[in-house]
Design a protein around this ligand. Structure first.
Ligand SMILES: [Zn+2]
Length: 421
């Protein structure tokens, strides 16, 4: 009992009910050829081991990151050895990283309460992010407003920040999306930083000023609010929505397999317990449907950017087919320029390419839907890092990540500004 109390005091009470990962590790497995890939899929598809794939192999990296629960450590090691698969341990003590993250968040919350200031170098609760969106709208009433676009399965509001310099009319617009996969916290933190940056640089930085003279920007920092709350209250590594369907024994749908773009095709699962479950039908997730309805109702979006983590990739359609998108050459050129701008700040390298051949086939994704619905400039960012911390990127990397990403985002938006169609 004493031990439990001590632990409670150490990690803060609000995280006490959260799932623990004592003894769990993240392995990095090197798959060198097709034969090894099929051995690996045998391993990860086995129900016995309960593995969670953090990063699949890509054209640029044959390294696969897998979360191995403590009970599976020995059998998985034996399997890897017997099959001659090379591996190393990238995160030896997952729970220690989680505890550290919790402590930092709790400490920051205390600081913010006393100082009444939002710290952009920290991770936040949904409530704090929504509050900060309000503050931005309040600080820049002529430029920014908070708009409710719908609600989540568990009835949480979904808010976007709209940045616009002209009244009325449907100006050409940019959609910035983040947090669709709830454990990818750096995307949420980057998005809210970006919101403040857009507002405070307008009228000072000629690039963002000229972009906003021509276009509106809509920014959705938490595209999966239920999942985000769940990562803070129950399981830090939750990826999906929290929807429940009759006759299904598992909770949640992968909201980035749920869009109406080759729905239920390759790279999505019809198993409700899978991390890439596509859901019962396209747009079944109210979070996805809310965005789809808003964008269609608006009718003049020219650019759609979805922020994810991790792997440091900048991708464009398609994800659902290896076929080249009609605008692939232009998108590739823009993405390469954006990656170069991003790298210019502190040397962070991004790989660029179409989703399907860069990472893996993924049907029903947001950017493919955007592209198929006439939004030509559709891009996915996989932010930092390349696997040292994976989804648990330390808070001291939030601002460096957001700052470099901003250079990439601006490069894309400049191109859209100069190439409105
Ligand atoms: Zn993601």
């Amino acid at each position: 009992m004493k031990w439990i109390l001590f632990l409670g005091a150490l990690i803060g009470l609000s995280f006490c009910g959260r799932e623990k990962f004592f003894g769990d590790q993240v392995f990095r497995i090197n798959v060198r050829n097709g034969d090894e890939i099929s051995k690996l899929s045998q391993l990860v598809n086995s129900d016995n081991f309960k593995l969670d794939v953090w990063k699949a192999p890509s054209t640029f990296s044959r390294l696969v990151d897998v979360l191995v629960p403590s009970v599976s450590l020995q059998p998985v090691k034996s399997f890897l050895k017997s099959q001659g698969l090379e591996y190393s341990v990238t995160i030896g003590d997952l729970q220690a990283l989680l505890d550290h993250e919790d402590e930092e968040m709790q400490h920051n919350e205390g600081q913010e309460r006393s100082g009444n200031n939002f710290n952009y170098g920290a991770y936040h609760s949904l409530e704090a992010i929504y509050h900060e969106m309000d503050s931005i709208a309040g600080d820049f009433p002529d430029l920014a407003s908070r708009v409710k676009i719908g609600h989540s399965f568990e009835n949480r509001s979904m808010y976007v920040l709209k940045f616009g310099t002209a009244e009325g009319g449907r100006r050409p617009a940019v959609w910035l999306n983040a947090g669709i996969h709830s454990r990818e916290w750096i995307s949420v933190a980057t998005a809210i930083w970006t919101a403040r940056k857009i507002a405070s640089d307008y009228g000072k930085d000629p690039t963002i000023t000229s972009i906003l003279e021509k276009m509106d920007i809509f920014l959705l920092p938490v595209a999966n609010p239920d999942g985000y709350v769940y990562t803070q209250s129950q399981n830090r590594l939750w990826r999906k929505t929290r929807s429940i369907y009759p006759r299904s024994r598992c909770v949640g749908t992968d909201p980035n397999r749920n869009w109406n773009a080759s729905f239920a095709g390759e790279g999505a699962s019809d198993n409700p317990c899978s991390e890439i479950y596509h859901g019962p039908h396209a747009n079944s997730e109210v979070e996805v449907k809310s965005v789809v309805d808003f964008i269609q109702e608006h009718g003049n979006f020219k650019c759609f950017i979805d922020l994810h983590s991790y792997s440091q990739l900048l991708m464009y359609p398609y994800g659902y087919t290896v076929k080249k998108a009609p605008d692939a050459d232009e998108l590739d050129k823009v993405a390469r320029r954006a990656a170069k701008a991003l790298a210019s700040l502190s040397g962070t390298t991004y790989q660029v390419g179409p989703t399907c051949t860069t990472v893996y086939p993924a049907s029903g994704s947001s950017v493919d839907w955007a592209y198929d619905n006439g939004i030509k400039y559709a891009f996915t960012f996989e932010l930092r890092d390349t696997g040292h911390y994976g989804f648990l990127l330390p808070a001291n990397q939030i601002i460096p990540t957001a700052e470099e990403t901003w250079l990439g985002l601006k490069t894309i938006m400049e191109h859209v500004r100069d190439n409105l169609y």
